[in-house]
Design a protein around this ligand. Sequence first.
Ligand code: DAH
Length: 343
Amino acid sequence: MLNEKIAKIKEDALAEISLAESLEVATELRIKYLGRKSDFVSILKGLKDLEGEERKNVGQLANVAKIEIENAFSNKEKELKEKSFDFAAEKIDVTMPAKKMTSGHLHPLSRIQYEIEDIFTSMGFEIADGPEVETEFYNFDALNIPKDHPARDMQDTFWLKDEDKNEKVVMRTQTSDVQIRYMEKHTPPFRIIAPGRVFRRESTDTTHDHTFHQFEALMVGDDITVGNLKFMAQQFFSKFFKTDVEIRLRPSYFPFTEPSFEFDINCLVCGGKGCSSCKWAGWLELGGAGIVNQNVFEAVGYPRNKYKGFAWGFGLERLAMMKYKIDDVRLFHSGDLRFIKQF
Ligand code: DAH
């Protein structure tokens, strides 16, 4: 009885489906034959009340019929969809204005770095690079910085847990490490700059941050003097600030240079008269410089007293702050888009 009923439903359904001429009709038929209130579904629901063998036979037949009806529906629906595809509506108007794409731009520090690199490459300098995680050897030892130098202290330096027990590892505190790395692989004469990020354990304020940038310069040859140092710096600053810049060297001490200097330029905000940017000095300290200590040459394997060179390490943020008149160094790393978008 039930078997015949199922066969009849299947036959009717397939016949009607084959005649359907629109998706609406197909949907109605789907409800009629497979919907919740359809005869077919009530047969399926009733299966659980049948006994053993009969339940098995009827169940099998019903499942096969269901699959056949469903296939017929999906074939028909596919056929009708293809038929009703509206090519006119799919037309693309290529003259329509495109959606505006918003793109970001370089961070002011990257811009400054690229500008510096351009100026120095135009003066025959090569750009050198080194890792931000550095060994004690490159960051301190090879630079003639004695074991008891205060800069090595926990106060100034981020020491990292050393996996390799033979060598202590630090977040580099200066770009001077690149001097060593470069000299190990090259023979003078050469001139390089090495811009990069450095790290110090620092209480931050408007002019200090724990993460900042320096750019190192190193020029080595047979007879490089303080005259070369002053000339290169003067050339660079005049190009960078597009105005004549005065520089001043004050005697200082760094283990890797001898003699050593603190390096100042005249304050471009007040023209040297004194203002809040230069703390009323008329001069702005940019970093350290000097004539390379022969101990450093020795550490990289050069013969003692064969070469002479100058080196410096200047703060990049300081230059950016002067150029763009920025009054707080912490803004560079604040991630504040209101600041970034001004550049
Ligand atoms: N590395 C020094 C610092 O971070 C700066 C410096 C001083 C770099 C003198 C030099 C130099 O190359 O000759 O304080």
